[in-house]
Design a protein around this ligand. Sequence first.
Ligand SMILES: [Zn+2]
Length: 597
Amino acid sequence: MVLKLLVIVVKKYRIPFIFLAAWCTVAMVSGQDAGSGIVAFKNVRLIPMTSDKVMENQTVLVRGDRIFRVGSAEHLEIPKEAVIVDGTGKYLMPGLADMHVHLVSKTWETPEANMFLANGVTTIRDLTQGTGAMSIKKWCEDFRSKKRLGPVTYNAWTIWGTEHNIAEIIPACKRNRYDCIKIDDYITKKDFYETVRRGRDSGIYIAGHIPYTVNVDDVISAGMDELTHVELFPVVLASNLIQGNKDKMPREKLDEEVITNAFKLLEPVSRQNSPSYIDSLHRMLDREIGKLKGKNITVITTLVADEILALKYNDTLKLKSKPQNKYLPGKFWDDLRKGKDKNSYFIGHEKCADVFYDLVVYAFGELKKNDIPLVAGTDAATILGIVPGFSLHDELQLLVKAGFSPYEAIRSATHDASQVIKKMTGEDDFGTIETDKRADLILLDRNPLEDISSIRRPAGVMASGVWLPEEKLIQLLEVKRKLAYSVLQEVMAKTNSADSVIGEYKRLSANNDLNEYFLNEYSLTSVGYDLLIKNKLDDAIKILSFNAGEYPYASNPYYFLGEAYWAKDDKKTAAGYFKKALSFDPNYDPAIKALRR
Ligand SMILES: [Zn+2]
């Protein structure tokens, strides 16, 4: 299946050879010597997010990627060598965090990382990496080391629920140092309990959905740390209605049952809008949400995902009027027009999408009333129409509309997000403006505590100590991304030399500080694979070995290395690589099958 997938990927994205524009380095982007320079934000109105107070006339000094001094502008001495950012009349707040994103789709023409930073989103948590998605951990490392500009990225290993080797996942996550686990919809109840127990025993933070096979009581008694959407509460009302042995139901059947039950619950509202019926739905939500009180389970908001769902089916004009939609891939509108959108089961039940959103907002209010920790996230970057970075501003506005004060909304995307990361990793690193915290900052013209929309257009953003003034933020949004593997395949076709391909890869990778190239594990695996099927085994091995070093957490390069050695009749080496592929992903089917062979 992986073989087939590669061929499709390679064919679909063949684009002409394009020479690299001469981009400046990260150090030049920052206008400072990244790493050692001092930047002084002089005379700002500080919103440190340690309380809801604004502190007048403050100076913040940054050295390297850390805040190293905060104090009154009158008394705090600014070192002579410091680069000064005049903050007079401006506000300085911590960078924002989006705790639910998916860095998965190469269909975004503007790099996701650039859109996050341009919007002041300096921290993200990706919930995608898992079987089939293998490059994200490497991207996190690139951002951290400032090889490329990007938000600090934490990442989960996702358990889709369709894996057969569930027991080996937790040890693999521990070994490969993932920050947390995300559990998706389809895991069986038995595997759910088993996975959460193993995760807890290994000290791994467990986030995720309420799988269709379990209920809120199971989430609590198993001991999950986090639920990744508010919408899970209306959804659980539908999954609770499924009859029969859910562990035995195939994935499609579970989907079908949940959707049918959801419309059974929602349709009466969309038809007659009877207050007593709506009230009965609210009481059902109250019961489920009340169970979480005092259980220390965090819920990620993602209201914007449900708002967009409602707009897609009931108000496309309003959806189209969102200014950030110019960044949406054409595929999003095509899918929507053709009824191929992921949520297309709403066709014929359009009003239900509005009713569903109202229930999500109600659930949010109820969670707030029960003091359940609520942390901002958006589900950005999937093909669902949620534009990275911009979506967090939508989210903050929706949170305020749903009952948060602007301070509470900002806190959910700064301090409170940092406390989730602390629980995951032990690091208490960001989310407030205090000495020793990471220098993630947003400079604003207006006070966001008065008007949450003031954060939308920053006068500048600092990301891990790299200062990005407004012009630079605009430039980041102008980058049009190209797919590296088409370039690499052209080089192969022209030169017929594995060394030239590797050389070109290195060149692209070294000049990719503004994320101009979409580089992932496939970039070179696809070339290696082509060589493999042409039986040019030594060249294939050269490229795949190099690639395995570049993407040490990806199974694909090791698997194809194994195939190349197998073709050379070196079965022992081949088996070693198949096993290596499985050490990163115990459920990587091609390697399992190869070892059986
Ligand atoms: Zn998600």
